[in-house]
Design a protein around this ligand. Sequence first.
Ligand code: SF4
Ligand code: SF4
Length: 170
Amino acid sequence: MASDSEPKAVDPAFTKSVVDKGAETITLCFQCGTCTGGCPSGRVTAFRTRKMMRRVQLGFKDEVLPADELWLCTTCTTCDERCPRGVKITDIIMTLRNMAVKEGYMAEAHKNTARSLMKSGHAIPLGDAFRKMRETLGLDSEPPTVLSDKEALDEVKKIIKATHFDELVG
Ligand code: SF4
Ligand code: SF4
C-alpha cells in the first residue's frame, strides 16, 4: 500500500476510466455527506464514503486504488438508499476494487476469502462445529454443495482458472 507521506498526483484519466466502467453517477455527487453519516463501517473505521467519492471525482488515483479503506465497505448499500443524488455508491466501490485488484492491490482478508473459495468452492469454510450441528440435526455432515460434490467443485475450479481469478489473488 502507498505511504501517506508520498505526494499524490491528479489523474483525470482515472476519473474517466471509472465513469467508462459504468460509474457515471459519480459525477452527480455534490458532497452532502449523507453516505458517510449512515455508513456502518465508517462508524468504527477510518473509511469515509464521501471522501472516497470526492477523490474519484478529482482523479486522485493514488489515494484511491492502494487505499486500505477501499476494502472496509461491507457493501450493505445503506448509502445507495440514502444518497439524494442517486449515486450508485456501492457499484462504484466494487468497480474501484476491481480496478485496484488489477493493479495488484487486495486486502489480505479478501485474499483469504478468495483462497478459501478457490480451495473448497466456499468463501467461508465450513467448520467442525457446523458439521457436528448438522449431524445432531440428522443431516449429512457435508451439505449438498460443492463440498460433497467433487464434480461441481472441479467445475468451480475450472471457472477460476478460465477467468484467471487465481492469478489476480496471487
Ligand atoms: S450521499 Fe450521495 S451526493 Fe451525498 S456525498 Fe454521498 S455520494 Fe455524494
Ligand atoms: S455500502 Fe459500503 S459505503 Fe455504503 S453504507 Fe454500506 S459500508 Fe458504507
